[in-house]
Ligand binder design. Structure first.
Ligand SMILES: [Zn+2]
Ligand SMILES: [Zn+2]
Length: 353
């Protein structure tokens, strides 16, 4: 047993040393802009070196998130040159292993790639709001590559029941969707609206159904509405239709301020809208007396904590959460991003390098 694992460790070290001499394939952001005219460059780059407190990973799958698109298209300010996007990484540890994170272990890496641990927010337990956070695939290199480097205290061992492809979309879409339910303070059996039905919402609905909630889905995409119905939505409508009942909670996933107003308009008094969007065009003017008065609340959802990740992965394993995925190869990274942009796929896109 022991000699087997030592041999495996040597093999992993060997494969890592080989890969360092030959480089690795990655999709790099050369100049942010419209994806059709500013695609990622598929190229050979030097693989990451192991640094203290980190682990080197062999990427097995990486989910594609709408935030990647915002970064690639320059809607979020540029933070580094030749960025490798991707922050839903399923990977195997091939360097920097330690007793609790042995070589060969399968782990997940999320959008939160690290925090300072010293700012007021970290000290109060709000590490998602850290003043100096590290974001995977934004401030540090991400997972649209064959290898990646991650902070050892920000990787999450993955339950065995979740395979690579189906675990990847859980790592942002799933976790942030789960955090949105927490921010909206969803209680068991409540009436919950999901506005927009992409990668995140199609996972949140299954968590909500396991909590016996009634779920009302509004989406502009017909295939998204069909998917929502097949996943047990109690009501499905397009963006111009209003749910037939007043909602206790609503979560908006579409990157549009109009949708936020539509969600507000469907709330009961005292209800909460949680906005799950890192970027919104704007929120149009709305009527305070009718839409916000009555202690209705509007909240944003920012990032995630490690506790969100651990709790959600446990829930996902328990309820057998299985995202709907469409697989792309690494050279197809631009096609994957374009598909997300055009809402052309149901569920989540996943890149397999
Ligand atoms: Zn901090
Ligand atoms: Zn994301």
């Amino acid at each position: 047993m022991r000699s087997g694992s030592a041999r495996r460790a040597r093999l992993l070290e060997y494969s890592r040393s080989i890969s360092r001499t030959v480089g690795m394939k990655a999709a790099s952001l050369v100049s942010p802009g419209e994806i059709s005219t500013h695609p990622l460059r598929i190229e050979e780059v030097p693989p990451p070196d192991l640094t203290p407190g980190h682990v080197v990973l062999r990427v097995r799958a990486c989910g594609v998130c709408r935030t990647d698109l915002h970064i690639v298209e320059g809607e979020l300010p540029r933070r580094r040159e030749n960025l490798i996007p991707g922050h839903q990484i399923v990977a195997e540890i091939i360097g920097g292993g330690r007793p609790d994170l042995p070589l060969g272990m399968r782990v997940g890496v999320c959008w939160m790639g690290g925090v300072d641990g010293t700012c007021w927010y970290c000290q109060q337990g709000f590490e998602n709001l850290c003043d100096s956070p590290t974001f995977t695939g934004y401030t540090v290199q991400g997972g649209y590559a064959e290898r990646a480097l991650a902070r050892a205290d920000f990787v999450f061992p993955l339950p065995e029941s979740l395979d690579d492809l189906h675990a990847a979309p859980l790592l942002c879409a799933g976790i942030i969707g789960f955090r949105s339910l927490r921010v909206a303070e969803v209680g068991r059996g409540e009436r919950v609206g999901l506005f927009g039905f992409g990668a995140s919402a199609h996972l949140a609905i299954e968590v909500l159904k396991s909590w016996k909630c009634a779920v009302y889905v509004s989406s502009r995409g017909e295939s998204h509405r069909r998917l929502a119905a097949s996943l047990g939505a109690d009501w499905v409508g397009n963006e111009h239709e209003q749910p037939p009942v007043e909602l206790d909670r609503a979560i908006t996933f579409a990157p549009s301020g109009d949708v936020v107003v539509a969600a507000l308009a469907s709330l009961r008094k005292g209800g909460v809208v949680a906005i799950n969007a890192i970027h919104l065009d704007r929120i149009p003017q709305f009527d305070y007396d009718r839409l916000l008065w009555g202690e209705r609340q509007l909240r944003s959802v920012a990032n995630m904590t490690r506790a969100d990740a651990r709790d959600f992965l446990e829930v996902a394993a328990k309820i057998g959460l299985k995202p709907k995925v469409t697989v792309f190869s690494l050279p197809q990274a631009n096609e994957a991003l374009t598909a997300v942009k055009n809402d052309a796929i149901d569920g989540a896109a996943v890149i397999v390098p």
